[in-house]
Structure formats: C-alpha cells, structure tokens
Design a protein around this ligand. Sequence first.
Ligand code: NAG
Ligand code: NAG
Ligand code: NAG
Ligand code: NAG
Ligand code: NAG
Ligand code: NAG
Ligand code: NAG
Ligand code: NAG
Ligand code: NAG
Ligand code: NAG
Ligand code: NAG
Length: 504
Amino acid sequence: MRTAGRVRLVVWVAIAYLMAFPPLTETRMEESMEPHPTSTEKPETEAPRIELKMGKCFHMSREHCPTDQRCKRVDPVSVFCCDVDSFRLREALAITMTQNTTNLHVLNATIKELDVSQSTFRRLTSMALTDGNIGKIVGQFPKYSSIACLNISNNNLSSITPQPPGQRPFAYLFTLSILDASANNLTEFPLSLVQSNRKIHVDLSGNNYLPCKHFQKAMEANNGSLLQFLNHENTYCALDLRFNWFQNVQIVQIDHLQVQKDLNKSCQDIKPANINCTCTTMLELVLHREATYVVAVDCSQRGLTQLPTGLPNNTVNLNVSYNNITSLQAIADDASYDHLRWLIADHNDIGSIVELEGSKFIDNFRLFSITHNKLRSIHPYVLSNRLETAGATMLIAENHIHCDCNTEKVVKPWLLEHNTALLDYKDLWCDNNMGPVVELKEFQVCHTPRDWTDYIYYIIGLEALVLALLISKVSYDYWVFKTAGYLPWPANKMPRLPCDWLCE
Ligand SMILES: *[C@@H]1O[C@H](CO)[C@@H](O)[C@H](O)[C@H]1NC(C)=O
Ligand SMILES: *[C@@H]1O[C@H](CO)[C@@H](O)[C@H](O)[C@H]1NC(C)=O
Ligand SMILES: *[C@@H]1O[C@H](CO)[C@@H](O)[C@H](O)[C@H]1NC(C)=O
Ligand SMILES: *[C@@H]1O[C@H](CO)[C@@H](O)[C@H](O)[C@H]1NC(C)=O
Ligand SMILES: *[C@@H]1O[C@H](CO)[C@@H](O)[C@H](O)[C@H]1NC(C)=O
Ligand SMILES: *[C@@H]1O[C@H](CO)[C@@H](O)[C@H](O)[C@H]1NC(C)=O
Ligand SMILES: *[C@@H]1O[C@H](CO)[C@@H](O)[C@H](O)[C@H]1NC(C)=O
Ligand SMILES: *[C@@H]1O[C@H](CO)[C@@H](O)[C@H](O)[C@H]1NC(C)=O
Ligand SMILES: *[C@@H]1O[C@H](CO)[C@@H](O)[C@H](O)[C@H]1NC(C)=O
Ligand SMILES: *[C@@H]1O[C@H](CO)[C@@H](O)[C@H](O)[C@H]1NC(C)=O
Ligand SMILES: *[C@@H]1O[C@H](CO)[C@@H](O)[C@H](O)[C@H]1NC(C)=O
C-alpha cells in the first residue's frame, strides 16, 4: 500500500512538473489564452454572448441541422453538428473549426468514450454535446481551459468518474459557471467542480441515482452559497441506508437536504435558553409517499428540572434522559409536542403519567420510555387505548410503584395482557422490597379472602330465587281466590292475623 502510494506520489509530481513547465509549443498556445482567463466577459461576438447571459450554452435545435455535411459553421465563432459518431465528429470538426471557434454544439453524438482532453476543445468557451448517447467521459479538460458553459444533457451518461482514479475531468475548469448534466444516469457527483472558489450553476435534474451524501458534501463545501442547483425542484437524490437510520434506498428531493441549516437556528429557540439541545433532521419514509423531513431533538444530560418547551416544528423524537425532570405536564400543554412519537425520558424523577391524559402524544406514540424514574403508580386507563393498537412500545423498567390490592387485581393482569407492548414489564417493581409487580401475590396485599366474596354471590342468588318463588305463589293464590273463591294450601291453614281485618 505504502509503495503504491509513493509511486502515485511520484506520478503526481511528474504531472505537476509537466503542468508547470509544459512543452514550448503548448506554452505559446496557452499564453494566447491567458490574457482572457474569464472568457465569459470577453465581448468578442454578439449572438453566443447573449445566449450565455440567459444562462444557456450555445444551442441549436434539430431543424437547423446541416443537411449536406455533418458540421457547419453557423457564425464566425460557432459550429453546430448533428448525428455523428466519434470518428465522423473528429473528421468534421477538423474541417469546420477555426482558430476563432469558441462555441460548439453537437446534437445526437454517439460516442463510447468522450475524451475531453483532446486539443479540439481547448479554445471553446461554450461546449454542448446533447441529446445523444455518450458512454462515459474520460480524460481531463486541459489546464486553462476557458469553458464557461458545458452542456452534456440527455446522453444516457452513467458516470463521469474517470477511469484512472485521481483524474477528475472537471478539475481545471476554473472558468466554468454553468454545467448542465441533466437527464442522464449519473451515479457520481462531480465534486471537483465545487472545490474551486467560483460561483457555479449546476443542473443535475433527471439523474435519480446520485447519492444524497454527495449533494450534502457539495452544499457544505464553500458555504454552499457558491453552488446553485438549477432546476432544483426537479432534482432528486438517492438516500442510502447508511445516511440515516432508515431501511431502504429512497429517492428524495434535494431541497429536503437544506433543511438542517434552518433547523440549527430553531434549535436554539428551545426553552429554557442555553441548554444547547442538538437537533437533527431525519427523512421519514412512508411507503408509497414522498419522503418528508422530521426532527429529532436530543436534550439528554442537560440538568433539566422540567421538560423543554418550544421544540422545532415537526419534532417527532425527543430524548430527555439523565435529567431531573419531575413532570410530563408540558407534553399535554405545549403545542410543539403535538407531533412527538418517540419519547425517551429515562433516568429522571417523573412521578406520574396521568398528566399525559388527553395529550396527542398518548394517542400516537411509537415508543415511550420512562425507565429509572419515580413513578408511584401506573394508570392503565391512560395507556390502554394506545397499547391495544399495534406499533406502540413502552418501557417502564426500574420504577418502584406502590403496591396494594388494586395493583394485584388491576395493574398486574394489565401488565400480563400487554406484555408485547410493555417489553420490560417484568422489571416494574413494588416498593418495600415486595419484588416485581407481575409476581405480586394476593395474600401479600389483599386482606379480604376471595372465597368469602364468592360465597356472598351464592347467598344473593339464592335469596333472589326464593323471592321470585314467593311472589309467584302469592300471585297464584290470589288468582285462585278470585276465580274459585277459596284459598289454596297453605294459605288457608294460616292463622288469621289482626291486620286481615283491616285488609278486608
Ligand atoms: C442543454 O441541452 C438541453 C437539451 O438539448 C437543453 O434543453 C438545455 O436547455 C441545455 N442547457 C443549457 C444550460 O444550455
Ligand atoms: C442519432 O444519430 C444516429 C447515427 O449516429 C442515428 O442513427 C439516429 O437516428 C439519430 N437519432 C435521431 C433521434 O435522429
Ligand atoms: C479570425 O478572426 C480574425 C479577426 O476577427 C480574422 O481576421 C480571421 O480571418 C479569422 N480567422 C478565421 C480562420 O476565420
Ligand atoms: C444507455 O446505456 C446503457 C448502458 O450503459 C445501454 O444498455 C442502453 O441501451 C442505453 N440507452 C439508450 C437509450 O441508448
Ligand atoms: C439508468 O440506469 C438504470 C439502472 O442502472 C436503468 O434501469 C435505466 O434504464 C437507465 N436509464 C437510461 C435512460 O438508460
Ligand atoms: C463563508 O461565507 C462567509 C460570508 O459569506 C465568508 O466570510 C467565509 O469566508 C466563507 N467561508 C468559506 C469557508 O468559504
Ligand atoms: C448544525 O449544528 C450541528 C451541531 O449542533 C453542526 O455539527 C452542524 O454542522 C450544523 N449544520 C449546519 C448546516 O449548520
Ligand atoms: C451552551 O452553550 C453556551 C455557548 O456555547 C454556553 O455558554 C452554555 O454554558 C452552554 N450550556 C450548557 C447547559 O451546556
Ligand atoms: C413552524 O410552523 C408554523 C406553523 O406551521 C410556522 O408559522 C412557522 O414559521 C414555522 N417555524 C419554522 C422555524 O419553520
Ligand atoms: C438518549 O440519550 C442518552 C444519553 O445521551 C443516550 O445514552 C441514549 O442512547 C439516547 N437514546 C436514544 C434512543 O437515542
Ligand atoms: C439530579 O439528579 C441526580 C441524581 O439522579 C442528583 O445527583 C442531582 O443532585 C440532581 N440535581 C438537581 C439539580 O436536583
């Protein structure tokens, strides 16, 4: 590895030497270029200048294609070619291009490897090879190349990474201000372009396999302000799984990548002031929907005694672990918690979850972790609605709740019933060293034995039955007395009571 590196270094030194001291013939040509390094400003001719000012390279449409030959000179400085392959292009350019030619447009070139280092292109300020089929770009534009506008749009180009590693086709395009590489199939971002210190407009729309991390790198380099994406609303990049904690490769619109900058600002608005929470954007990928950006806020280990408020818009994830927070009230009261779905509040002093009743969080959460806190009780009615639907997880380990008969009768069965959502339900403890709640025994906490209460139900049932029999017997007696005029047994054997006189 090390010797290979040294060999490469030697090669680089040689290249650097050749560039610093080029052969004499070349020097002469370059000198003629040097007085005009910023050729965009050269007021040589009118027509192509105007086109550059509109942000376009020299460009002709198909109806102007030359009919008799492959290339034609459309004005003293511009050449236009149509439907050529590599050989025909070289041949035709040798005839049509002059020392004065600065603009070239080749429509529908079929070229397997376009070598941009050839001297034909040396004097161009506007170079366009569009709407054709170019396999790849090889070589490197010559040093002091004066190209200001380069259009390689719509060529089914799959990569502009040069073959020998380290060679960058655009490295010497110091005057380039517009690159249109749209409608291709590029998988590599021409990062060397943005390492220069000049303003450049790049159109990379219609290349859906460019990695997002390349865009991010380009946006971060040079403050990002020197690089402007033309057609950015139609420019997408491929987000891979190492970029964030999401599963699939996804195509996202590049404007989403700019969001982090604005977010850093609103992150400082979190109250209390100066707690320096960190905020990160995440792209939330929902199947069959465009990815949207959401925010994760980390306020852990900040010595907080209450929940932070004024979270950035779209905060879905909040980590407030290792603080001294005592209450969850802000989640119900502060509207910036409305989108929250992941809350990590481990290692705090929270005493109760009843404050969450009626909050949006309690209806929507995916993960609610409140381990190592000071919960005194668990209120199943607050949580049941959410835990009974799929996709919600709650962690409650290492809380020491007060255990009584109600805990044994209500909380323990509830824990067991929701054991898939309450992953650590076995580690919810009773205070006073009574062990885990799920192992709580009736006799430890309930003083009225169960069989006695069962017995009460039998007595009540029996009494109800006797009463029903009594009522029907009396009704029957009454009916017989009314229709037949006598009282059936045993009513007729009953002694007369003083009150009977009154009744009659
Ligand atoms: C590049 O060529 C394409 C296709 O011909 C054209 O639509 C586009 O306007 C050109 N872009 C520039 C910057 O000249
Ligand atoms: C492009 O050029 C090739 C020849 O190089 C030709 O066969 C093809 O028809 C041309 N495409 C169009 C759209 O004219
Ligand atoms: C180049 O331009 C100069 C001056 O504009 C002119 O004298 C010369 O003839 C041109 N050369 C060619 C080959 O057209
Ligand atoms: C685009 O390039 C691929 C190979 O890179 C080739 O198989 C395919 O035919 C090309 N598409 C067109 C429309 O020329
Ligand atoms: C671009 O590349 C992808 C996969 O590499 C391929 O499926 C697609 O057909 C290509 N597009 C064009 C226009 O060649
Ligand atoms: C970033 O931009 C500021 C002002 O726009 C400038 O002062 C600073 O030097 C730039 N930083 C870099 C690395 O270009
Ligand atoms: C945002 O802030 C983080 C640190 O909190 C920093 O690493 C990052 O570079 C900042 N991003 C931008 C775009 O300012
Ligand atoms: C937050 O950052 C500011 C400035 O960098 C610093 O003064 C302050 O002490 C930090 N606060 C905490 C809680 O770390
Ligand atoms: C947050 O959202 C509100 C309402 O949608 C909007 O008025 C506000 O400007 C947003 N704040 C930021 C920093 O984007
Ligand atoms: C929350 O923050 C703590 C302390 O910084 C960290 O150990 C923990 O991994 C974080 N949890 C998540 C889910 O990010
Ligand atoms: C926060 O809690 C830790 C232990 O959990 C304790 O050592 C510390 O004194 C508490 N800080 C405050 C300000 O209460």
